[in-house]
Design a protein around this ligand. Structure first.
Ligand SMILES: *[C@@H]1O[C@H](CO)[C@@H](O)[C@H](O)[C@H]1NC(C)=O
Ligand SMILES: *[C@@H]1O[C@H](CO)[C@@H](O)[C@H](O)[C@H]1NC(C)=O
Ligand SMILES: *[C@@H]1O[C@H](CO)[C@@H](O)[C@H](O)[C@H]1NC(C)=O
Ligand SMILES: *[C@@H]1O[C@H](CO)[C@@H](O)[C@H](O)[C@H]1NC(C)=O
Ligand SMILES: *[C@@H]1O[C@H](CO)[C@@H](O)[C@H](O)[C@H]1NC(C)=O
Ligand SMILES: *[C@@H]1O[C@H](CO)[C@@H](O)[C@H](O)[C@H]1NC(C)=O
Ligand SMILES: *[C@@H]1O[C@H](CO)[C@@H](O)[C@H](O)[C@H]1NC(C)=O
Ligand SMILES: [Cu+2]
Length: 649
């Protein structure tokens, strides 16, 4: 073990290192390489300190400005190309908010590198897993039309990449553009840092650079934990729960562009550990110009409300769809949702600063106020300023939502009209439903499972025996470890999502497809009740891929079945996903039998125990390990080390 003094030395050092790649005075021209030439470290380099005796990896996370500041030099074109990336998933040390911990990264970068391309491009990502647990990467919002095998969901579309092995994801971007992101889909290890932005441009995007906005930024917001996700999930599965509760935890801090400000006054702050937060994130805009912010909530639990002092903004994109939206002062963003907002920097000149605020929507959590802010900085050309810690003046809008007001999606409060209008003007060919709730359910071995379920099936992840190859081979899936709805018609169908949890709201994400939001309502709905409604003439409904549904409420989603495949539908509160909240939407299985099964993809399953269950299961068998010591990070780390070997159980 390291001595306390060397730990403190490392704490302050990590602050400089995480900003090691910041530049002080340049515009972006010189740091923005052609994105195609962005290649990570060589595969020869073995990392993953995760099995080392040392409590923290010696390598520190780096922060890359290119991830947040999109270059106007990027050519938006219909000339397509292959974009190739090397991703090494590895453990490093980081201090994003004053608390130093081991995180998981792509190439040591936190957040992961930007993927930027045009519609029609082919994305090729060589992923090397240098952790000692399996991994997959999912490309959130990408339709994977014809490339279902690349969707990255362990136990559904693939066997995960075993520790030390590699796999190449390759897929074309078919007919779509907008704001996407990528993240780990293995248990909830996304919450340890494996996530990054994925931006698809198109000359067809009705929100045009140069006409509708001048500059483009990525704004990543998320809640952040001080414990490793594997420890948190293990505790959630135990009789004692995590921090005394089976419920998803509130964040220890909130990060804006991966910088936060934890407080040692927080009741969960470990005693005797110094809190040494990095400087607030600087979010540069160019004075006098309009900036399109592509906001992505990459967090594991909290809906977050974003505002900028004195600046109103126009909502121009929802998930991936350009919209005519309202001009407002604050926007709620649920986990995994994306919004583009356009902000005019017309209230000052280079050097001026304002607070960019992120408030936790605590009405659907613990009703405890939790806020953070970054510096919205006026610049000439993205140059950096040093204020010696002087804060921007407090000038919040006076109509911001109360922290404990109900959590509601933006479409529940304002009209959002897709700019590419598509009416829902047909009668659905099929209507099916998925009802989800927390409870105790019967497992495949006759055991009782406590956790979340869809249609009374709590997902038991057979990670080494995935669903997709079975449908390709047999035309159907017969195991009862995961709920399924099967749409075999070619046309438009309706999916009812009932959230039967009285007090718990959830963000639901459908892979592979965006849906038209046909109807929301209170209570629950049966298929018969939906079929009795007239839902065949709805003018240009909102389309998106992640929808927030309050407790005791439902939504009807219309899906065009033009993308055959097995598509995960799950809660994007990662802590809920990790305890069973995933179902499958199987589209035209008869047309999946022509899918190719690449050799290297099949090879990921080779030599594994196909009956062994993955980590997404909660059993009622109480674990003996007391969880109170999670409050002590040093213990948590050594425990983490000793438990890792069992992660594949
Ligand atoms: C990827 O894995 C394959 C099969 O294990 C191996 O042959 C190859 O050398 C690996 N490639 C890299 C770049 O590590
Ligand atoms: C930004 O300024 C332009 C030009 O003055 C104006 O048309 C637009 O409405 C403004 N947008 C917002 C969100 O204020
Ligand atoms: C599961 O729970 C039910 C109801 O509480 C109980 O009757 C049954 O014995 C339990 N089954 C097992 C295998 O523990
Ligand atoms: C789930 O189980 C409950 C209680 O056993 C039952 O009433 C309900 O119909 C089941 N729901 C589904 C969708 O199977
Ligand atoms: C559905 O709602 C009705 C009230 O409209 C309620 O009686 C019933 O219990 C609900 N069903 C479920 C499964 O929660
Ligand atoms: C998927 O590709 C097929 C052609 O292979 C096309 O007909 C369909 O519209 C596409 N769907 C989507 C959502 O891209
Ligand atoms: C495979 O996994 C199952 C379930 O965990 C276990 O019962 C069985 O012993 C394992 N088989 C081998 C060969 O390890
Ligand atoms: Cu949930």
């Amino acid at each position: 073990m390291r001595s306390l003094t060397s730990l403190i030395a490392l704490l302050s050092c990590s602050t400089c290192l995480i900003f090691a790649q910041s530049t002080t005075d340049t515009g972006l021209g010189d740091i923005q390489d052609a994105i195609t030439s962005y290649l990570g470290p060589s595969y020869a380099q073995v990392s993953g300190s995760a099995t080392s005796d040392d409590p923290l990896p010696s390598e520190y996370a780096t922060s890359n400005k290119k991830t947040f500041i999109l270059s106007n030099d990027f050519e938006i074109t219909d000339q397509t190309q292959i974009r190739e990336y090397n991703f090494e998933i590895k453990a490093v040390t980081a201090n994003p908010d004053g608390y130093e911990r081991q995180i998981y990264t792509i190439n040591g970068e936190f957040p992961g590198p930007l993927i930027e391309c045009n519609t029609g491009d082919t994305i090729r990502v060589h992923v090397k897993n240098s952790l000692d647990i399996p991994q997959t990467i999912h490309w959130h919002g990408i339709s994977q039309n014809g490339s279902n095998v690349m969707d990255g969901v362990p136990g559904i579309t693939q066997c995960p990449i075993p520790p030390g092995q590699n796999f190449t994801y390759e897929f074309p971007i078919v007919q779509q553009y907008g704001t996407y992101w990528y993240h780990s889909h293995f248990a909830n290890t996304m919450a340890d840092g494996i996530a990054g932005p994925f931006i698809v441009h198109s000359p067809d995007d009705p929100v045009q650079r140069g006409r509708d906005y001048d500059n483009e930024r990525v704004l990543l917001i998320q809640d952040w934990m001080h414990d490793q996700s594997t420890d948190i999930v293990a505790a959630l599965k135990s009789a004692d729960g995590y921090r005394g509760s089976p419920g998803a935890p509130k964040g220890d801090s909130i990060l804006i562009n991966d910088v936060g400000h934890a407080s040692p006054d927080d009741p969960n702050w470990p005693e005797g550990v110094e809190c040494n937060p990095p400087p607030r994130a600087e979010v540069p805009v160019i004075a006098g110009q309009r900036t399109r912010f592509r906001i992505i909530n990459t967090g594991a639990h909290s809906m977050l409300r974003v505002s900028m002092d004195q600046h109103e903004f126009e909502v121009a994109e929802v998930d991936t769809d350009p919209v005519y939206g309202p001009t407002i002062h604050e926007i709620p963003v649920a986990p995994a949702q994306r919004y583009s907002i356009i902000v005019n920097a017309t209230l000052g000149q280079a050097g001026d600063k304002f607070k960019l605020r992120v408030h936790v929507a605590a009405g659907c959590m613990d009703k405890v106020q939790q806020d953070t802010w970054a510096v919205l900085r006026y610049t000439n050309n993205n140059e950096e300023y040093d204020d010696k810690g002087e804060e921007p003046e407090d000038k919040p809008w006076d109509d911001l939502a109360a922290f404990d007001s109900p959590c509601r999606d933006l479409d529940d409060q304002y009209t959002l009209s897709p700019r590419v209008a598509i009416d829902a003007n047909v009668k659905p060919l099929q209507t099916l439903s998925l009802s989800s709730k927390f409870g105790t359910f019967l497992g495949t071995q006759g055991q009782n499972i406590t956790g979340f379920a869809f249609n009374n099936i709590s997902f038991q992840n057979q990670i080494w025996d995935p669903v997709l190859p079975q449908i390709i081979d047999n035309g159907k899936y017969t195991n009862e470890n995961v709920a399924q709805v099967v749409f075999d018609q070619d046309g438009y169908v309706d999916l009812i999502l009932n959230n039967l949890d009285g007090g718990i709201d959830h963000p639901y994400h459908l892979h592979g497809n965006e849906f038209q939001l046909i109807k929301r309502g209170d209570g629950n709905l049966t298929v018969e009740e939906a079929q009795a409604m007239d839902l065949s003439n709805i003018v240009n409904p909102l389309r998106r891929d992640t929808i927030f549904i309050p407790g005791n409420a439902y939504a009807i989603l219309r899906i065009r079945t033009d993308n055959p495949g097995v598509w995960a539908l799950h809660c994007h509160i990662g802590w809920h996903l990790a305890v069973g909240k995933l179902a499958t939407v199987i589209v035209r299985p008869q047309d999946m039998q022509k899918f190719k099964q690449p050799e290297d993809w099949k090879g990921l399953c080779a030599g594994q125990n196909s009956t062994q269950e993955g980590p997404a299961r909660r059993s009622v068998a109480p674990t003996s390990a007391p969880v109170s010591h999670l409050r002590n990070p040093r213990d948590a780390r050594s425990r983490d080390r000793s438990r890792k070997g069992s992660m594949r159980d």
